[in-house]
Design a protein around this ligand. Structure first.
Ligand code: UDP
Length: 334
C-alpha cells in the first residue's frame, strides 16, 4: 500500500508529542493537517503540513476542516496532561479531554473518517495490582486526568463495537520524555511540571531546587517509580499504529513503555550525572493523584506491531532532554 500519499489529520500536532509524530510522518511523506489551539503548542514545532489554529470545542470548524481535507485517519493528541492540575480543576480536564474528544468523534463519523489513533495514558490504571501492568488490568483511575482519558477510551470501544467499519488504536503512554535528536523540536511548556524537564531546568538554574514529591512510598527508595519512554520511540509506535490501521488492522489498546521502571531519585541522579551539576533537591509531601509505581507490560505492542524501541536508555533520554533544553534557550534567548 502507498501509505505515504495518505492524508492524516492531527489534533495537538503543535504540542510536544504531536510535533514529534508530525515530524516522523512528514519525513515519511504523509500529507498532514494539524489542528491545534496553541494553548501549549507552538507554530515553530510544526515541521510539516498546514496548521489550523482552533479549539476542539468548535465542532463546526472541525467538520468543515475534515470535509475539506478528507483525511484517511485522525491522530488525536490535543489534551491537557497534568495530574496535579486535574485534581484541582477536574472540569477543565473533562471538558477538553472528554467532551472535546466527543466533538471530534462526532465530526469524524459525520465526515466518514473511520480510522482513529488516540493518545491515552497509563493513568487509566490508577494503582495497578501488579507491575508491569498489562492492558487487560482493570481501569481504576485515581485522578481526573486518568478518568478523562478512560472515558474517551470507552467512547472508542463502544463506537467500534456498534460500527464494524470504525477502527481505532488507543496508545496508553507511560512517562514520555526527551526530544528530537536533531534538536529541531522538544518540550516547550511555559511552566513544565514533569519530572525530567523540571529536573533539567533546575540543573540549568531556572528553579532553586527540585521538589521530590513523596519519599515514603512502598518502593525500594521510597520515591515513585515510572517507566520513562523516549518521545522518538513513542512517535514510532504511532507510525506503526497508523500503518496497521491503514492496512486494515483491528481495534487495539496498547501500552507504550519499556517495561522498566526508575524511581524519582534515580532520575534525579541521572540528571545530575548528565549535566554534571549537583543541583539541590528538597523532600516534599506526596503529590495528590500520584500512584506509587507504573511500569508497562509492553508485550502486546511488540507482538502486534513488531515495535522495536531504539532509545531504551535512561541516560540517553535524560541527555536528549538536557541537550534540547540548552538548544531551546539558545534559540529563544530565554
Ligand atoms: N515529581 C517530583 N518532582 C517534580 C515533578 C515530578 O518528585 O518536580 C514526581 C511525581 O510526583 C511522580 C513522578 O515524579 O512521582 C513523575 O511525575 P511526572 O509529573 O513527571 O509524570 P506523571 O507520572 O505524573 O504523569
Amino acid at each position: 500500500m502507498d501509505y505515504e500519499k495518505k492524508r492524516i489529520f492531527v489534533t495537538g500536532g503543535a504540542g510536544y508529542i504531536g510535533s514529534h509524530v508530525v515530524k516522523m510522518l512528514g519525513d515519511q511523506g504523509y500529507e498532514l493537517l494539524i489542528y491545534d489551539n496553541l494553548s501549549t503548542g507552538n507554530p515553530w514545532a510544526v515541521l510539516y503540513g498546514d496548521l489550523v489554529v482552533n479549539d476542539l470545542n468548535d465542532k463546526e470548524k472541525i467538520i468543515q476542516t475534515l470535509q475539506n481535507f478528507k483525511p484517511h485517519a485522525i491522530i488525536h493528541f490535543a489534551a491537557f496532561i497534568e495530574v496535579a492540575e486535574s485534581v484541582g480543576n477536574p472540569l477543565k480536564y473533562f471538558r477538553n479531554n472528554t467532551a472535546n474528544a466527543l466533538n471530534l468523534l462526532e465530526a469524524a463519523r459525520l465526515c466518514g473518517v473511520d480510522k482513529f489513533i488516540f493518545s491515552s495514558t497509563a493513568a487509566v490504571y490508577g494503582i495497578p495490582a501488579e507491575n508491569p501492568v498489562a492492558e487487560d488490568a482493570p481501569l481504576k483511575p485515581i485522578n481526573p486526568y486518568g478518568a478523562s482519558k478512560a472515558m474517551t477510551e470507552k467512547f472508542l470501544e463502544d463506537l467500534a463495537f456498534g460500527d464494524d467499519s470504525f477502527k481505532y488504536v488507543s496508545l496508553r503512554y507511560f512517562n514520555v520524555a526527551s526530544a528530537d535528536p536533531e534538536g529541531k523540536i522538544g518540550q516547550a511548556y511555559r511552566n513544565p511540571t514533569h519530572l525530567i524537564t523540571r529536573a533539567v531546568k533546575t540543573a540549568l538554574g531556572d528553579y532553586p531546587q527540585l521538589q521530590v514529591f513523596g519519599t515514603d512510598y512502598d518502593t525500594p527508595d521510597g520515591t515513585c517509580i515510572r517507566d520513562y519512554i523516549h518521545v522518538v520511540d513513542l512517535a514510532s509506535a504511532h507510525l506503526e499504529a497508523l500503518k496497521y490501521l491503514l492496512a486494515g488492522g483491528n481495534n487495539q489498546v496498547l501500552n507504550c513503555g519499556y517495561g522498566k521502571g526508575f524511581s524519582v531519585k534515580e532520575v534525579v541522579d541521572t540528571v545530575k550525572e548528565v549535566s554534571g551539576i549537583d543541583f539541590k533537591t528538597a523532600d516534599a509531601p506526596r503529590r495528590e493523584g500520584d500512584p506509587p509505581a507504573l511500569i508497562a507490560d509492553n508485550r502486546k505492542i511488540v507482538e502486534t506491531f513488531g515495535w522495536k524501541p531504539a532509545h531504551d536508555d535512561l541516560f540517553e533520554i535524560v541527555k536528549g532532554a538536557y541537550e534540547w533544553e540548552k538548544t531551546f534557550r539558545e534559540r529563544f534567548r530565554e
